[in-house]
Design a protein. Structure first.
Length: 132
């Protein structure tokens, strides 16, 4: 082995570790932020993240001050998401990509809460949300 071969091997290992780390962070962010089990109760919404295995969060309807609708780019067509808000801060994002019954949930939300605005997609903001 020459010194160039060793540098190639070390560079390959570093690149592999970097790609693996980025993939894990993105996967963890998707599970934490977008894959939920959601229950609409009489006076509250109950949410569990991480495919329904995470910690239970319950928000009364009184805590929710509104929602934003956003379009997120995807192939072959964009999909919609609803972000429930509490005093300007994000409580929960419900994505059309992950829920077959998204339209039913959207109907419940639009009847119950005030729509604050339409939100444009920002890749920078999406990446920052992973680490919040």
């Amino acid at each position: 082995l020459t010194s160039n071969d060793i540098f190639d091997i070390i560079g390959g290992i570093v690149a592999l570790l970097l790609v693996t780390l980025i993939w894990l962070v993105m996967f963890w962010g998707e599970l934490r932020l977008k894959t939920h089990r959601i229950y609409f109760k009489a006076n509250s919404i109950e949410v569990r993240s991480f495919l329904g295995l995470g910690k239970k969060l319950s928000c009364s309807y009184d805590e929710i001050t509104g929602f934003k609708i956003g379009l997120q780019p995807a192939y072959p067509f964009p999909y919609e998401s609803i972000t429930l808000m509490h005093n300007g801060k994000k409580l929960l994002r419900i994505s059309q990509f992950y829920f077959r019954n998204y339209n039913e949930m959207k109907l419940l939300i639009t009847e119950q809460f005030e729509n604050n605005q339409i939100e444009k997609f920002s890749l920078r903001k999406a990446i920052i949300e992973i680490f919040e």
